[in-house]
Design a protein around this ligand. Structure first.
Ligand SMILES: Nc1ncnc2c1ncn2[C@@H]1O[C@H](COP(=O)(O)OP(=O)(O)OP(=O)(O)O)[C@@H](O)[C@H]1O
Length: 313
């Protein structure tokens, strides 16, 4: 199946000599939400900017809805809405006029009924006559989304949509994104908040030093790396793991006070009940137990601290 966005062997070297992207290939399906994760300077904004036609690549091709972004840029651009990282709004203009104006930029005629629908869905309708300078940071960010949606794009890019936004508003933003997805909009977002990717994205792409390290369904990524550790705090410290318990994925902490048992969360039998039973039989008394699940943050850190070749794209 051909994706709504097809990126092939994309590279970018800025005039300064910085190599921001190296041979990136990626296919994005219509209607999906994909999150691009990567540390500062990884190349996420460069990738988005190239797809949106704002930065010229050094090599490779990008097709949006089948249109080459260089030779057929007008058609490609019409399909795209971009919510930039920086808040750039005309301070004295009203919310309504800001969004109307953007529609005009795409050569679309006035459609106040549609703008009303967008502003209502973003909880901005009450603020339609307010000058943008009177709005809070979170509201300004929502005006940027309204502007990006003004020409009914099929694809929406959100470059760090919730940077500097408080937790409540961040969750509100997730809901907006979810509603857009239900309407069939394809969404590409960059984020530093791993919980955001975990909560929203169908797939996650990890970028580091200009390379796309992997692209995987979020659930698969979590499952593949999703191990849980059971920490069993002992009443009396041990010096060694008893022979009866060898070969069980057990580790004794340096102080001998806890046993750590790593298990696969997806396994039919985790082996926890058997382990606790065996400990009791050996006369080892347990003081407390706790579990920790590896989250996307740990997965991400393990990927970017140990650069690997692209696995799949
Ligand atoms: N206009 C430019 N001229 C020269 N170098 C640039 C330019 N824009 C970006 N770069 C460099 O390209 C690299 C990738 O930058 P980019 O902004 O794409 O990263 P990013 O992943 O979006 O980072 P962040 O998470 O900090 O926004 C960085 O080394 C950056 O300094």
């Amino acid at each position: 199946m051909t994706g709504i966005i097809e990126v092939e062997n994309l590279s970018k070297q800025y005039g300064s000599g910085t190599k921001a992207l190296s041979d990136v290939s990626l296919s994005i399906n219509e209607g999906e939400i994909i999150a691009l994760l990567g540390p500062n300077g990884a190349g996420k904004t460069t990738l988005i900017s190239i797809i949106c036609g704002l930065v010229v690549p050094t090599g490779g091709t990008v097709r949006v809805g089948g249109h080459d972004i260089r030779t057929d840029w007008r058609a490609a651009r019409k399909l795209i809405g971009l919510v930039p990282q920086e808040i750039t709004l005309e301070p004295f203009e009203t919310v309504m006029n800001c969004v109307r104006f953007t529609r005009g930029l795409y050569g679309e005629g006035p459609d106040d009924a549609y703008i009303e629908q967008i502003l209502r869905s973003l909880s901005l309708w009450d603020k339609r006559d307010a000058a943008t300078k009177e709005l809070s940071g979170g509201m300004k960010r929502r005006v940027l989304i309204a502007k990006a949606l003004a020409h009914r794009p099929k694809i929406l890019f959100l470059d760090e949509p919730t940077a500097g936004v408080d937790v409540a508003l961040r969750r509100g933003m997730w809901q907006v994104v979810e509603e857009l997805r239900r309407e069939g909009v394809t969404i590409i977002l960059t984020t530093h908040y791993l919980e955001e990717a975990e909560a929203m994205a169908d797939r996650v792409g990890v970028i580091n030093k200009g390379q796309l390290l992997l692209v995987k369904p979020t659930a698969e990524l979590m499952g593949e790396f999703g191990k849980k550790t059971l920490t069993i705090e002992l009443d009396q410290p041990l010096t060694l793991i008893p022979d009866e318990l060898t070969g069980r994925n057990l580790r004794l902490t340096a102080d001998g006070r806890s046993l750590c048992y790593e298990y696969d969360t997806r396994a039919e039998r985790t082996g926890i009940a058997r382990l606790l039973g065996d400990l009791a039989e050996l006369g080892i008394t347990v003081r407390d137990v706790s579990t920790q699940q590896s989250n996307l943050e740990e997965i991400f850190m393990s990927l970017v601290s140990e650069p690997r070749q692209e696995e799949s794209a």
